[in-house]
Design a protein around this ligand. Structure first.
Ligand code: NBP
Length: 473
């Protein structure tokens, strides 16, 4: 059998995707810049239909036509280097897929460049990490629709399956649309993680619960509206003890300085680019940045003081835990409302036809933000495909209405106790701004007109106005 598809890049992701594809009955060509890695994979899985090549020429020659090639190499220069080597070896109609965590503008550029040679280029977001790649990731492919159709049967087989059996893959849109949606997915992941961290902190610092008690709270939450992979793993993480034998919960020995690979930052930067608020994700990015200033914080903590977190006597802790649960769900909704509105703005800006209901549906399994709640988003778009903002869907309007009092209480509690809650605060501030018929931007406009003659519009008549604030000198 000639391999029906080839995978370039035999690091964790490429290897696991190749094995996933093979497990669906395909013969898979494999290649890696450093040949010893290809050899190691082929040896370890000698019982499988993997066809190793040690030159890129042999790899390309081994493939069935039109060729289908998936690249899983380090995003950026690595991707460009591989494309450069492949280009002279490919023919019109071949399909090249970049499954790396590529910035969508790079994908737009590569798609346009390769299109000139008649080569189809698909930029595909792959979520779910190593295990997802092996057992079934959520896939977000963008590029030429005809090219997608050529690889769709394979992608549908390797993708995760939602509860109703639907594969977690759909054609996202032209050129960089797939990588854009993956970028927003990663941003949303940052937001979800930050909100969970904030409520954990409030439960611990203000309510005084132990790590074990908080694990039980998250376990319970995972049974209801908040059911999700991230809540589930949080509960699990909080039950784990240090593996170096200190007897402490493992969270208590992990340094509180968060890393990042930049995808949350891209998401925030792009929200600025298309002019929509993305305060939740951005606060999550900032929270990681400020956490990383560990030494500075240690110094500041000795100089800058705040209240000692303390719960007032007689507070019903059980009722407060329920308020915190509601605050978390409310804030998560605000974050997704922002993320989906960002994608709507991007679709207009970059001329993509995005199906938001399908996007939510393919995130139900195989990715880090998988959650039952995504079904609610799909239903919202099923009812109104041109929904401007999720908050205007009756289900979400109703939850926001019901849970807003709780988030106000929880944010106030955090602020009063000196416990940071930037994500939860951003959520209620976004809600209050979005639902405000009148904002104080009239004053802002007056100031702009005052110092810069930037002019203003009036709320009672047409036209552009400038006020004579002071006499010309
Ligand atoms: P890495 O991101 O660590 O990349 C290593 C691979 O890139 C190796 O195969 C390496 O070949 C190859 N490579 C490099 Br580096 N420079 C190259 C060049 N100039 N020419 C050819 N090959 C080059 O691997 P990964 O963690 O498996 O991730 C692969 C892609 O998938 C990345 O874009 C990543 O962002 C994305 N992704 C990762 C995850 C995850 O959970 N890890 C999840 C989703 C997406 P060598 O062996 O010769 O050095």
């Amino acid at each position: 059998d000639k391999p029906q598809i080839g995978v370039i890049g035999m690091a964790v992701m490429g290897k696991n995707l190749a094995l996933n594809i093979e497990s669906r009955g395909y013969t898979v060509a494999i290649y890696n810049r450093t040949g010893s890695k290809t050899e190691a994979v082929a040896k370890e899985h000698s019982d499988k239909k993997l066809v190793p090549s040690y030159t890129i020429e042999d790899f390309v020659a081994s493939l069935e036509k039109p060729r289908r090639i998936m690249m899983m190499v380090k995003a950026g220069a690595g991707t460009d280097a591989v494309i450069k080597q492949l280009l002279p070896l490919l023919d019109k109609g071949d399909v090249l897929i970049d499954g790396g965590n590529t910035f969508f503008k790079d994908t737009m550029r590569r798609n346009a460049e390769l299109d000139k040679s008649g080569i189809n280029f698909i930029g595909m977001g792959v979520s779910g990490g190593e295990l997802g790649a092996l057992e079934g990731p959520s896939l977000m492919p963008g590029g030429q629709k005809e090219a997608y159709d050529l690889v769709a049967p394979i992608l549908e087989q390797i993708a995760a399956k939602a509860d109703d059996g639907t594969p977690c893959v759909t054609y996202i849109g032209a050129n960089g649309a797939g990588h854009y949606v993956k970028m927003v997915h990663n941003g949303i992941e940052y937001g979800d993680m930050e909100l969970i961290a904030e409520v954990y902190n409030i439960l611990r610092q203000v309510l005084g619960f132990s790590v074990e008690e908080i694990a039980d709270i998250f376990k319970e939450w995972d049974e209801g509206e908040l059911q999700s992979y991230l809540v589930e793993i949080t509960a699990d993480i909080l039950t784990r003890k240090d593996d170096l034998g200190t007897g402490k919960p493992v969270v208590d020995v992990i340094l509180d300085a968060a890393g990042n690979k930049g995808t949350g930052k891209w998401s925030s930067q792009e929200a600025l680019e298309v002019g929509v608020p993305q305060s939740l994700i951005t606060e999550a990015v900032y929270a990681r940045y400020i956490s990383a200033l560990k030494d500075e914080r240690v110094t500041a903590s000795k100089v800058l003081h705040g209240p000692e977190p303390k719960l007032a006597a007689g507070v019903d802790k059980k009722a407060l835990v329920e308020e915190i649960r509601q605050a978390l769900y409310f804030s998560k909704i605000m974050s997704y409302a922002q993320g989906f509105e960002q994608m709507l703005a991007a679709a207009k800006h970059y001329d993509w036809e995005l199906d938001f209901g399908k996007i939510a549906a393919i995130w139900r399994e195989g990715c880090i933000i998988r959650a039952q709640f995504l079904q609610k988003i799909t239903s919202a778009y099923d009812q109104k495909a041109d929904l401007q903002n999720l908050l205007l869907d009756p289900y979400f309007t109703n939850i926001a209405e019901k849970y807003q009092a709780a988030v106000r209480d929880v944010v106030a509690l955090a602020v009063k106790n000196g416990v940071p809650a930037p994500g939860l605060s951003a959520a209620i501030n976004y809600y209050d701004s979005y639902r405000a018929e009148v904002l104080p931007a009239n004053l802002t406009q007056a100031q702009r007109d005052y110092f810069g003659a930037h002019t203003y519009l009036r709320n009672d008549r047409e036209g552009v106005f400038h006020y004579t604030w002071y006499e010309e000198q």
